[in-house]
Every structure is written in structure tokens, then in C-alpha cells.
Ligand binder design. Structure first.
Ligand code: MG
Length: 268
């Protein structure tokens, strides 16, 4: 069942999303060679709780931490631990924030110091694929339009999409209907309506898309050990267009302007 949100509810999700965007600002300053992923986890949990919110992932189906920290060939669901970041690593961090019962979900892959050219392309193209997908999150389009836009951008950059992992509706629960695959045909799937809120999240690899689950039952790795990236925003479908509720990657003073620009990019 798809749960549509009214304007007041979307405003509450935007408040959760603002905490989450600030988490990514915090991570930006913390991620460097030598830092252990468990240290990032502790800092993020402390920050989220200091804002009166809770880390959505902690305890979710038994997940033990506030963040998923997935380095290099790990796609998602990495449990933070003793692993210390090395120069040239890439690290995907996925975080959920619940504030007053409303969930925001976002992810981003960071470079640890200078990274090789193939990894730079991986990160850039995956982020571009995310924004191409978001651009299609409009009333009257279908889920397949989002999926196809993501697939087109990622595959034209020579990346493969991890097909078993998909985006999803989000609201009072972290995972709601509909599923939002990262591959698909335009004009197919669920019709997008005002008030739907989606976590759009391309997950890509430089090599082949086959994945396996690691020994801890959580971490998902590429079978061929190729590097992977994951970029995710929580996006509300509004009459004026897509509204990004988790505007990481922009300085706070530019966030509202950028959102406004995106909202205004097509008429109602
Ligand atoms: Mg998600």
C-alpha cells in the first residue's frame, strides 16, 4: 500500500531530512585516512541524538549501528567496526534519521584522500544517475521513468547497476511501497502521485553486478570485488516537482536556493 503524505507531513519529513543533511556535513569533516568506521558511527549517533532524533537503522531487524559503512567492494549494509580508512579508499555511508516518528533516508559515497580516476568516475556518474532519477520524480510519470533515467546515466558511464537492491517509499516506516528499481523501462510501473515520498538510491559497480552477502549476514559485496558506489536522497513528489528532503552535499545557505531551483524547473 502506498501512503501519500500531506504538506504538514512532508514538512515533518523535511525536518528529519535536515538533521540527516547535517550528518553528512559532519561526516565530510570526519572522513580521513586512519579513522575507524566505528568512530564515524559513534559520532553520528551522538549527533543524531543531540538533535532529539533517533538513528533509524539501530536495532532495525537487529542491525547493531546507526550507520552502514561499506568500503570499496562492499555495496551496502556494512557494520561499522575496527576497519580504518586507507588513502585511496571509497566509503559508502547510509544513514536513517527518525524525528517525531518520521523517517529520512540518505546515502553518499565519500573519497578518502585522493582516489584513482576510475573511482572518481564511479562516484561522479552514480551521483549524476541519482539526480537524473530525481528529475523524473514528477506527478504523472511512472516509477519506470525514474528507473530508466538512473540506468541510462549509469550504463552510459560504463557502470553496472546492482539489480537486487532497490529504492523504496519512505514515511513513518523506513521501507514502504512502492519499490523503486534502478533499472527499468520508461512509462512502466506505478504512476507517481502528489504526496508520494521515495528514497531513490542507485547502487553501482565498476565491474559486474553480481553480489553476495558476507559472513556476518549483513555486508553485501560484489562477487568480482569491483568497487561500488551508493547515492541516495529522500524525495517528495510535490505539485511543483521533486523536492529533495535530505539536501546533503550543498552548503546550508545554498540548500534552500537549490531546492527552489529544482522545484521551479518545470511548471505545475
Ligand atoms: Mg534506502
Amino acid at each position: 500500500m502506498i501512503v501519500r503524505k500531506n504538506a504538514a507531513e512532508i514538512a515533518k519529513m523535511e525536518a528529519s531530512g535536515a538533521v540527516l543533511a547535517a550528518v553528512f556535513d559532519l561526516l565530510e569533516g570526519l572522513i580521513r585516512p586512519g579513522v575507524r568506521t566505528e568512530e564515524l558511527d559513534r559520532a553520528v549517533e551522538r549527533f543524531i541524538r543531540s538533535r532529539g532524533a533517533t538513528p533509524t537503522f539501530k536495532g532495525y531487524r537487529g542491525f547493531p549501528a546507526a550507520i552502514c559503512a561499506s568500503p570499496n567492494e562492499m555495496v551496502v549494509h556494512g557494520i561499522p567496526g575496527r576497519y580504518a580508512l586507507k588513502p585511496g579508499d571509497i566509503i559508502s555511508i547510509d544513514v536513517g534519521v527518525t524525528l517525531q516518528g518520521w523517517v529520512a533516508d540518505a546515502a553518499r559515497t565519500f573519497a578518502v584522500g585522493p582516489i584513482d580516476a576510475a573511482s572518481q568516475r564511479l562516484l561522479r556518474a552514480t551521483e549524476e544517475a541519482l539526480y537524473a532519477g530525481i528529475e523524473q520524480a514528477r506527478v504523472g510519470n511512472r516509477v519506470g521513468d525514474i528507473s530508466n533515467a538512473i540506468q541510462t546515466v549509469a550504463e552510459s558511464a560504463g557502470l553496472s547497476l546492482i539489480r537486487q537492491l532497490v529504492g523504496h517509499g519512505v514515511g513513518r516506516s523506513m521501507h514502504e511501497d512502492p519499490q523503486v528499481p534502478n533499472v527499468g523501462a520508461p512509462g512502466r510501473g506505478v504512476r507517481l502521485m502528489e504526496g508520494m515520498v521515495l528514497a531513490i538510491e542507485p547502487m553501482t559497480a565498476t565491474g559486474r553486478p553480481a553480489v553476495r552477502v558476507g559472513a556476518d549476514g549483513w555486508g553485501v559485496y560484489t562477487l568480482d570485488r569491483s568497487r561500488t558506489a551508493h547515492f541516495e536522497h529522500t524525495v517528495a513528489i510535490c505539485a511543483q516537482g521533486p523536492r529533495i528532503l535530505t539536501p546533503w552535499h550543498l552548503p546550508p545557505d545554498e540548500r534552500s536556493a537549490a531546492e527552489g531551483a529544482l522545484e521551479g524547473s518545470r511548471g505545475p
